[in-house]
Design a binder for this molecule. Structure first.
Ligand code: NAI
Ligand code: 2PC
Length: 333
């Protein structure tokens, strides 16, 4: 290893990663991914190791973005937690490599990246698929992803009302006190959903919490939770009545209980809509099934690292600089 990798903390990632930089980078990466050309992007479906004893999973998410020479992997542990558990439901660490040497340049917190890039991808799907006149946003779940989704959706779009629901009302009320802006706390999921133009599901549920009979025709759903083959957030009625998009078709067919168990077809990847090779059916009810992809972490980590390098005090050396110094030493011999 050429020197020790740099470490970037959660606080620094939160300070350095901005949606205004992240959104355009993610849109480009999603489009590149959906060309399925391995000379542009190499990203296998994540490897998942069940941690059955603790109702969890460990995911390994490597990706290589060839033209930008970004080599990255995230390691993410995610769990089905009892309601009210104080343990985190997601823990993640991101490694960015020097692609030429193979050494790790930087180890950084992955929780903020996971929260922000997932929300940013949902916002990209909403930009493309939500009805032209979208006034009411509904968020089911009130944890970490709910907060990041609230932030990017209210920064990007002009909703007249944002509703939130959680089976534990005190959790939804805490969410309302945490975010910077108005929120209506609803007493039932049905009350939150009815009449909403955009619905985000960000729950730890393993059984459906969103039912097609409640959903306004033409609404857009960003389905973010239930990322294992036997967990659900959406019922069969919704899955069958909607046009279903995914971040990765291959990932969705392997990992999404909502797709596998309902038998719904994936109409297109969101990257195909970005590329103009599949239509955006804004006039119909749409579901964007998000599983999360390594390329999303890779572009986020590169943004963080570039910002961090540009702001870091000059005396600290990283693995990258140690390597440059060694190369220089050799060439001087
Ligand atoms: N698609 C993607 O790229 C990603 C998906 N996720 C998934 O998103 C979901 C939310 O993640 P976080 O916000 O980080 O978790 P979190 O634990 O911070 O929040 C989960 C929320 O769901 C609620 N909840 C739990 N069980 C429920 C149930 N049966 N019915 C309704 N609500 C319930 C909790 O009270 C909490 O408000 C998880 O399923 C997680 O695995 C997380 C990261 C990335
Ligand atoms: O992409 C991701 O990081 C995750 N997807 C499901 C849980 C974590």
């Amino acid at each position: 290893m050429a020197g020790l990798p740099a470490l970037i903390s959660k606080g620094d990632v939160a300070r350095l990663l901005l949606y205004k930089h992240l959104l355009p980078k993610l849109e480009v990466a999603l489009g590149q991914f959906s060309k399925h050309n391995t000379s542009e992007i190499i990203q296998p479906v994540r490897t998942v190791v069940p941690i059955a004893k603790h109702n969890g999973f460990l995911g390994l998410m490597p990706a290589y973005i060839v033209h930008e020479d970004i080599l990255c992997t995230k390691m993410v542990a995610f769990y089905g937690r009892e309601q009210g558990s104080t343990l985190p439901s997601t823990e993640a660490t991101v490694l960015l490599f020097d692609p030429e040497r193979g050494c790790v340049l930087v180890v950084m917190d992955g929780e903020v990246i996971t929260a922000m890039r997932t929300a940013a991808v949902s916002a990209i799907s909403a930009k493309l698929l939500m009805p032209a006149k979208a006034e009411i946003l509904c968020i089911l779940g009130s944890g970490h992803q709910a907060i990041s989704h609230y932030d990017v959706f209210t920064q990007t779009f002009a909703f007249k009302q944002v509703r939130v629901w959680n089976p534990r009302k005190e959790s939804a009320e805490r969410f309302a006190r945490t975010v910077q802006g108005p929120v209506t706390v609803c007493s039932s999921a049905k009350e939150a959903v009815e009449g909403a133009d955009v619905i985000i599901t960000v729950t730890g549920a393993s059984q459906p919490v969103l039912f097609g009979d409640w959903v306004k025709p033409g609404a857009h759903v960003a389905a973010v939770g239930a990322c294992t083959p036997d967990w659900r957030e959406l019922d069969d009625v919704l899955m069958k009545q909607a046009v279903v998009y995914a971040d990765s078709r291959e990932g969705a067919l392997k990992e999404s209980g909502d797709i596998i168990l309902s038998g719904a077809k994936v109409f297109a990847e969101i990257g195909e809509v970005i590329n103009g090779t599949a239509p955006a059916h804004r006039e119909k009810t749409t579901v964007f099934k998000s599983l999360g992809m390594g390329i999303q972490d890779a572009v986020s980590a590169k943004l963080v690292y570039d910002q961090w390098k540009s702001q870091r005090p000059a005396h600290k050396s990283t693995a990258e600089e140690s390597h440059q110094m060694k190369t220089l030493d050799k060439s001087q011999l």
